[in-house]
Design a protein around this ligand. Structure first.
Ligand code: ZN
Ligand code: ZN
Length: 334
């Protein structure tokens, strides 16, 4: 089969690779579409010790079952593979399983990803493609599940409903835009400010999201003003913006993984009882709920997604790297 292989820092090669072998309890999927995620970008930059080259990246995947139990079915994959037996797995928090692994990672266990013609996946990670969702759009389910999980973690901690809360979303990438869309269209949040440095990307977001789209120095980012702040970037500067903008008693949801450490105003966090929540992936229930949201078109048009061919994947990565890409999400078609 052909695959886009991550061969070294900022290096991807489209080349022939061995087909995955069928394993008991798993299926082989003929991949149709595979999204480029922020975490694939971390690997591309050589910043991910769970993704070591050579490796086929990609975990946002739709396709058709080629070999296995559901042969011929059109499917979406939940790429988060867990043990199914531990305390977390038995209590609807599979994403915290200490044996968790995501497709397109090779440490501690190798799992080749979806930037390829074929990929192997355990049967319990396979979901039928809703017939109202296009195959090429379907990989958006994975980041949408991340956003839904993040929004609902925050919702649980807030002292008032989201529809009466002021929200600040930092970052206009897929997770930022999707968090905004869920806040606005699913949770009826009326006051949303979304901030990014990239003006082109802000322009795209403003077309699809009912929010105030601004740059970081905007007068709309008032201190002590927001009930909930989503940091979908995760840099020292964005965390500082989050703690500055949050209201006393407010909730900060930290989704981004860009910079692991740095200065933070712990004094304000303490004196003003700020709740700080780290969030990662989604539970199986979140994934199912997300498919329902997408099948019912609850977050509106997905025309903000851009599509490229798998063989042109290397240039797509480069454009995201150079910040010359305005689309919050690029999906590669195989
Ligand atoms: Zn992803
Ligand atoms: Zn487990």
């Amino acid at each position: 089969m052909y695959a886009l292989v991550y061969t070294g820092t900022q290096e991807l090669v489209y080349r022939e690779e061995k087909n995955p072998k069928i394993i008991n309890g798993e299926s082989i999927v003929k991949v149709s579409a595979s999204g480029i995620c922020g975490s694939d970008m971390h690997a591309y930059h050589g910043n991910d010790n769970r993704r070591i080259p050579p490796l086929i990246l990609g975990h946002e995947i739709s396709g058709t079952i080629d070999k296995g139990k559901f042969s011929g079915k059109k499917v979406i994959l939940n790429p988060l593979i867990t043990c199914g037996k531990c305390d977390y797995c038995m209590n609807d928090r599979e994403h915290l399983c200490n044996k968790r692994i995501i497709l397109g990672m090779n440490k501690p266990i190798e799992r080749q990803g979806g930037f390829a013609e074929y990929v192997s996946i355990p049967d319990q990670n396979i979901y039928e493609l809703p017939n109202t969702l296009e195959m090429k759009e379907a990989p958006i389910a994975e980041p949408t599940a991340v956003a839904l999980h993040a929004v609902e973690l925050g919702e649980k901690e807030l002292s008032k409903p989201l529809k009466k809360s002021k929200a600040l979303v930092i970052g206009c990438g897929a997770i930022g835009l999707l968090s905004g869309l869920i806040l606005s269209k699913v949770k009826n949040c009326k006051e949303i400010v979304i901030v990014d440095l990239n003006k082109k990307r802000l322009g795209v977001c403003s077309k699809y999201l009912d929010a105030n789209t601004v740059q970081p120095d905007s007068k709309f980012i008032v201190s002590d003003n927001f009930d909930i702040v989503f940091d979908t970037v995760g840099m020292e500067a964005t965390r500082q913006q989050a703690i500055k903008a949050i209201k006393p008693g407010g909730v900060i949801i930290h989704v981004g993984l860009t910079q692991p450490s740095g200065q933070f105003d712990f004094r304000k966090a303490t004196l003003q009882e700020i709740t700080f929540i780290g969030t990662y992936c989604y539970t199986n229930k979140d994934f199912e709920k997300t498919l329902n949201i997408l099948a019912n078109k609850k977050i509106g048009s997905l025309d903000w997604i851009e599509y490229r061919k798998l063989q042109d994947g290397a240039s797509a990565f480069q454009q995201i790297h150079n910040n010359t890409c305005s689309a919050p999400k690029i999906i590669l078609l195989i």
